[in-house]
Design a protein around this ligand. Structure first.
Ligand code: NAD
Ligand code: MG
Length: 386
């Protein structure tokens, strides 16, 4: 029996995780759930899974959740970042799904690493912010890191069981998002609703915008660098609009191994939940004949400047990816609130990177200092444009 904490249970990944878990009551038990401010959904999940602990954003949210659960389930309701860290490190928990969105996911994911857990990592931002530090904690404490991001889960499945012998390149696929064919001149005026209407994947709003700018792929290149200990010049991005091939590994003998499947996050989630075994995920069979043409093309960096910014940040190293990530979070939030145009997201990030070169990132304090400085600069940039 695997005992789980699901961080970010109320989000897109969290809901898919609980869907897979519910199919295997003999294998998985939910010990703790977190849901920040989505109290209605978290209450439903607590009633369905009766976790020992539920964690919300603050004391007010905790009062509301306690009222909802009174007399129904004996779940203890806690709040705040320390509670998130605590449930990520509970002795009776062996597996932690890290599915909080953004920089907020770093501390709890790190707590799971330090407690030597099996970490199912959806929160790519934590590796982008502090990849070096995070990977050192994982190995120092004997934690197991399994990628949930569909691309990295695909790469993991295509890698040799041990080592990197014979691997030449990692090929990350990208759908190109909803604006792959939109005239570049029209991109300035696209709305959050258009940006969040992804052609293949149903995801949270932040990652949906990241997919539309392709910053998501940029963050994933950085994530891949750390997960697979592979330098930037051995990671390539290829646009594949059908999202059937989830990524590939190229070997020195010319072999290219791909992992395929319908675009449904329950496949990588089930893979990581059961690894090294395989379990049913609820995902329908892939009908390749119905999928018809599988298309691959090179990304256009004029259309997707965020992808280049991310590669540059990875090459710059140290705290630059943390600056990139924080500026992106602030810019995407402003775009979602109609305070910033779509094309200006990349401009704000570029200006923030120019203002804050060479940030150190050897300690967690330095990482959060770089994150805070970048948020401040990005906010000023957005203010100056308003
Ligand atoms: P989402 O917005 O749907 O859900 C986010 C979750 O985090 C929710 O449970 C929310 O309550 C919680 N949360 C939000 N802010 C928080 C905060 N400040 N503190 C604590 N909890 C907070 O996001 P999602 O699409 O499920 O994505 C989650 C993570 O998984 C992201 O890092 C994303 O990049 C990654 N990811 C998602 C997908 C996908 O298909 N959705 C695919 C690959 C990777
Ligand atoms: Mg992905």
């Amino acid at each position: 029996m695997r005992r789980l904490t699901v961080l970010g249970a109320t989000g897109s990944i969290g809901v898919s995780t609980l869907d897979v878990v519910a199919r295997h009551p003999d294998r998985f038990e939910i010990v703790a759930l977190s849901g920040h401010r989505q109290i209605d959904r978290l209450a439903e999940q607590c009633i369905a899974f009766a976790p020992r602990i539920a964690v919300v954003a603050d004391a007010d949210a905790a009062v509301v959740l306690r009222e909802r659960l009174a007399g129904l389930v004996p779940t203890e309701v806690m709040h705040g970042v320390e509670a998130l860290e605590m449930v990520a490190a509970l002795p009776e928990v062996d597996t932690v799904m890290a599915a909080i969105v953004g920089a907020a996911g770093l501390r709890p994911a790190l707590a799971a690493a330090r407690a030597g857990k099996r970490i199912l990592l959806a929160n790519k931002e934590s590796l982008v912010m502090s990849g070096d530090l995070f990977m050192r904690e994982v190995s120092a404490h004997g934690a197991t890191l399994l990628p949930i991001d569909s691309e990295h889960n695909a790469v993991f499945q295509c890698m040799p069981a041990k080592g990197r012998e014979g691997v030449r390149r990692i090929l990350l696929t990208a759908s190109g998002g909803p604006f792959r064919r939109t005239p570049i001149a029209d991109l300035a005026n696209v709305t959050p609703e258009q940006a969040c209407a992804h052609p293949n994947w149903d995801m949270g709003r932040k990652i949906s915008v990241d997919s539309a700018t392709m910053m998501n792929k940029g963050l994933e290149v950085i994530e891949a660098r750390w997960l697979f200990d592979t330098p930037a010049d051995r990671i390539d991005v290829v646009i594949h609009p059908q999202s059937i091939v989830h990524s590939m590994v190229e070997y020195v003998d010319g072999s290219v191994l791909a992992q395929m499947g319908n675009p449904d996050m329950r496949t990588p989630i089930a893979h990581a939940l059961a690894w090294p075994e395989r379990i049913e995920s609820g995902v329908g069979v892939l009908d390749l004949a119905a999928a018809a043409d599988l298309v691959f093309e090179r990304p256009d960096l004029d259309r997707f400047p965020c992808l280049k910014l991310a590669f540059d940040a990875l090459r710059a190293g140290a705290g630059t990816p943390a600056v990139l990530n924080a500026a992106n979070e602030v810019a995407v939030a402003a775009f979602l609130e109609h305070r910033l145009g779509f094309r200006a997201i990349a401009d704000v990030i570029a200006a923030t990177l120019d203002t804050l070169p060479d940030q150190p990132s050897s300690t967690l304090d330095e990482v959060f200092a770089a994150d805070a400085a970048a948020r401040e600069v990005a906010r000023r940039q957005i203010g100056a444009r308003a």
